[in-house]
Design a protein around this ligand. Structure first.
Ligand SMILES: Cc1ncc(COP(=O)(O)O)c(C=O)c1O
Length: 293
């Protein structure tokens, strides 16, 4: 059955996530991916709402390319205390076969929550990300030049909508040409991809760009150098980088070896709509000088 999409504009993504958690109730134990970041400035957009709502949690493993370790996922979802599952579509890319994950969650009678904070404009099988689970949330300021803003999307008719009004973000949101933004981000990603294929010393996390995927940025892993060193050298050379998911929450320790490795090696290069091909050439040139030094 296809549910109508019910969308509400809120202050940010985490407020929407918190609302969903409250609707599911506090005897909820949530199954989370083992790759969740934190920064001193912003805290953890994913984990803070879980802690604030006093919800118990467990983690499932991710593979080396951040996809879900399905074997571990299928094992953990059997826990009768688990009531909900969070799937994060990292950096705009759809996680595994999200349609199939939704079926698995239904079969096990668990709520599926999609974290689309990075994936406002991406689709899978011609359906917007965020439409597969029982509820989902988006972060507007990550993709659009906005101060804040988030969207809560509820797909399950048994979850009620919030009794709140829009915060003004909706008016701003409607002004953007989203298909143009999607097109530019995809073109920038593909352009950068061709350049980076020629660069030694890095690994490309997503070496293909599936149809209808609109990336947030371009994550790469720095193989033979310290990621922090590279990151700060790039900043010194006035290359703007997005610093995202390079430090994990304390609850995810080194035993989650794939997540830990990615966090220690990741750098996110810009591909947003305000950047040009010649800016991208410069990014690649500076990166080349630093990693081949
Ligand atoms: C994966 C992910 N989910 C949720 C959030 C929270 O989004 P917002 O900053 O809009 O609250 C963030 C950002 O911090 C994020 O990176």
């Amino acid at each position: 059955m296809v549910y109508p999409n019910r969308r509400t504009f809120l202050d940010n993504g985490r407020t929407a996530f918190s609302y969903i958690l409250k609707q599911i109730g506090n005897n909820n134990k949530i199954l989370l991916p083992s790759y969740i970041g934190i920064t001193d400035k912003e805290g953890s957009g994913v984990f803070d709402p879980v802690l604030e709502n006093g919800i118990d949690y467990d983690f499932y493993n991710v593979n080396k390319d951040l996809s879900i370790d399905t074997q571990d996922f299928l094992e953990k979802i059997k826990d009768p205390e688990i009531k909900s599952v969070l799937v994060i579509h990292y950096f705009g890319f759809a996680q595994n076969d999200i349609d199939q994950l939704a079926t698995i969650c239904k079969e096990h009678d668990k709520y599926l929550i999609e974290d689309c904070a990075h994936s406002l404009l991406s689709k899978f099988n011609n359906k917007g990300l965020g439409s597969f689970g029982d509820a989902s949330f988006f972060s507007l300021h990550k993709i659009l030049p906005m101060e804040g803003g988030g969207i809560l999307q509820i797909n399950n008719p048994n979850i009620k909508d919030p009794e709140i009004t829009d915060t003004g973000h909706i008016r701003l949101f409607l002004k953007f040409d989203l298909s143009k933004i999607a097109e530019t981000r995809r073109a920038n990603y593909l352009y950068l991809l061709e350049k980076l294929k020629l660069l030694k010393g890095i690994e490309i996390l997503y070496p293909g760009l599936p149809e209808n995927i609109v990336p947030l940025n371009f994550p790469i892993l720095i193989k033979n150098k310290d990621r922090n060193e590279v990151y700060f050298e790039m900043l010194d050379r006035e290359i703007e980088l997005v610093s995202l998911y390079y430090r994990l929450i304390n609850q995810i320790n080194e035993s989650y070896s794939n997540s830990y490795y990615i966090s220690k090696h990741i750098i996110n290069l810009p591909i947003h709509q305000a950047i040009t091909f010649s800016d991208i050439d410069e990014v690649v040139e500076e990166l080349r000088k630093i990693i081949q030094k």
